[in-house]
Design a binder for this molecule. Structure first.
Ligand code: GUN
Length: 294
């Protein structure tokens, strides 16, 4: 079997078109532009490239967008003060603080300081709790993108055996919680695996849908999956440079080996990555719409 490639680039572009129309309508009817601020501390190359892409997309979609670059040694207080300013800025509907933060800044404290109504990452405990009880306001962007990719590719989630590898607060935990809900695009039986899992292959071989956010290049090999599995690869591992000087990327699954066994698979790059950025835009539109009550 040769797997169908689930193109995040294509699905993201469909969703961006939908967002573009919504933004135009918001401007025409309510004279409001979705406002997004992205805050980055330091110059971590991966973070810089993510934030640059987020800003570029926001601008292309007609958002009011602001980029805040803070030095690596900025104090925690200065960062919290900046967040407080944007919490109270009516032109800003979404605040994104790119993670990870330098060690001297308490990440939890920063996340707690966000106005939950502007927390377009969905990381604030109020939003995490709402997600858990099936009352989500903002789905975290990567899990939201994964769910949309599955739904828009007509993959049956209802009743499926979903195995998630990875238990981060950004991907593993929220995607598991989303797909287990009794709702459309969910209602799956979900197993979570992590570094403490005794026999990883035992679990991954049972998956109808395998979602891998392990943070290790090619951690999932062909012998660890069953024929016909749907594979969502969240990994972005930098494994060198291309001759053009760009970062060479690979995922957390061995794509070349799995593509002959899976029924559908996401590539890296061009899979989950473009979806994450797009879902951030969708969350920002949602935040802006709630301000005008639509
Ligand atoms: N770092 C890696 N992924 C993310 C994300 O989705 N949001 C933020 N804020 N930081 C990240």
């Amino acid at each position: 079997m040769s797997a169908r490639i689930i193109s995040g680039t294509e699905i993201a572009s469909q969703i961006r078109e939908e967002i573009g129309k919504e933004v135009a309508e918001m401007k025409a009817r309510h004279d409001i532009e979705p406002g997004l601020v992205t805050i980055i501390v330091g110059k971590n190359p991966a973070s810089v490239s993510y934030v640059t892409a987020k800003q570029k997309t926001a601008k292309e979609l007609g958002f009011y967008s602001v980029q805040e670059d803070m030095p690596e040694d900025v104090s925690e207080k200065a960062l919290l003060d900046m967040i407080d300013r944007y919490n109270n800025d009516p032109k800003i509907h979404g605040i994104l603080v790119q993670l990870p933060l330098p060690g001297h800044i308490n990440e939890t404290k920063v996340i707690y300081s966000l106005n939950p109504d502007k927390d377009v990452d969905g990381f604030h405990p109020v939003n995490v709790g709402r997600l858990m009880i099936g009352e989500a306001r903002f789905y975290p962007c990567t899990p939201y993108g994964i769910q949309q990719m599955l739904m828009r590719s007509n993959i049956k989630i209802d009743g499926a055996e979903v195995v998630v590898v990875g238990r981060s607060n950004i991907v593993g935990k929220p995607i598991a919680m989303m797909l287990v809900q009794k709702s459309v695009g969910a209602n799956a039986t979900v197993t979570m695996c992590h570094t403490g899992t005794r026999d990883l292959a035992f679990h991954t071989k049972r998956a109808d849908i395998l979602i891998v956010a392990a943070g290790r290049p090619k951690a999932i090999t062909a012998d660890m999956v069953k024929e016909g599995v749907v594979v969502i690869d969240v990994g972005v591992n930098r494994i060198g440079m291309t001759p053009e000087g760009k970062a060479k990327l690979c995922g957390d699954v061995d794509f070349d080996a799995l593509k002959d066994k899976a029924s559908a698979i996401t590539p890296v790059p061009g899979g989950v990555g473009p979806m994450t950025i797009t879902m951030l835009m969708l969350n920002t539109v949602k935040a802006a719409k709630s301000v005008i009550g639509v």
